[in-house]
Ligand binder design. Structure first.
Ligand SMILES: Cc1cc2nc3c(=O)[nH]c(=O)nc-3n(C[C@H](O)[C@H](O)[C@H](O)COP(=O)(O)O)c2cc1C
Length: 179
């Protein structure tokens, strides 16, 4: 039987080992947007999870100091833009204090007027259903009121780096082999 290497015993868990361990969970990348008092807010996230099918709900986990999180709390609504593999620049432009955000990102608007990032793979527009503080983050649960998706490939975040996803079926077809 294969040996399981225990890298971090409980007493050695710290912020670095926790982040590094969680970085082995590959995720998609999204830009979360909101609109409050006429001002657009946006940040890159990867903490998105679907919660419920009936009603249609998702959740995101937001740092309690986040400006976008404050706008979501005040306005009660937000949009999730799931990024395409070619949108690494968009992901980078919604991170950090000096991020250019909407200055360098083309947007349209949802029916409810929320900013939608052009070229995204999918959108979910939500009304806030609940906000649950947990540790230094808020778990924001949203009822999905609009959603849209197209075929394409997602931007992926793994081990602290951006990349792309290739399905085994597509790879095998390209090699002329069936799955
Ligand atoms: C790939 C990636 C994923 C991220 N996911 C989250 C997240 O899920 N929640 C969060 O609070 N911050 C996340 N961040 C950090 C925020 O994007 C960053 O702190 C941003 O500047 C917050 O903007 P704001 O404070 O203006 O809202 C992520 C950053 C990257 C690069």
């Amino acid at each position: 039987m294969a040996q399981v290497e225990i890298v971090c015993e409980p007493r050695f868990i710290n912020s670095h080992s926790f982040r590094t361990t969680m970085s082995k969970f590959a995720t998609g990348v999204a830009v979360l947007t909101s609109l409050h008092e006429g001002q657009r807010f946006g940040m890159t996230i990867n903490s998105l999870t679907s919660v419920s099918l009936d009603p249609h709900q998702i959740l995101v986990c937001l740092n309690q100091g986040s400006a976008t999180g404050n706008a979501i709390r005040s306005s009660g609504r937000f949009a999730v833009n799931l990024l395409d593999r070619d949108q690494q620049d968009v992901a980078r432009s919604f991170v950090g204090r000096d991020a250019k955000r909407f200055d360098c990102t083309a947007c349209t608007t949802s029916v409810a007027g929320l900013p939608l990032v052009e070229g995204a793979l999918a959108y979910l527009v939500c009304r806030v259903s609940d906000i649950l503080p947990s540790g230094d983050h808020d778990i924001v649960i949203g009822d999905v009121v609009e959603c849209w998706q197209r075929d394409g490939e997602p931007l992926v975040f793994y081990s602290g780096a951006y990349g792309s996803f290739e399905s085994d079926a597509l790879r095998l077809r390209a090699c002329g082999t069936s799955a």
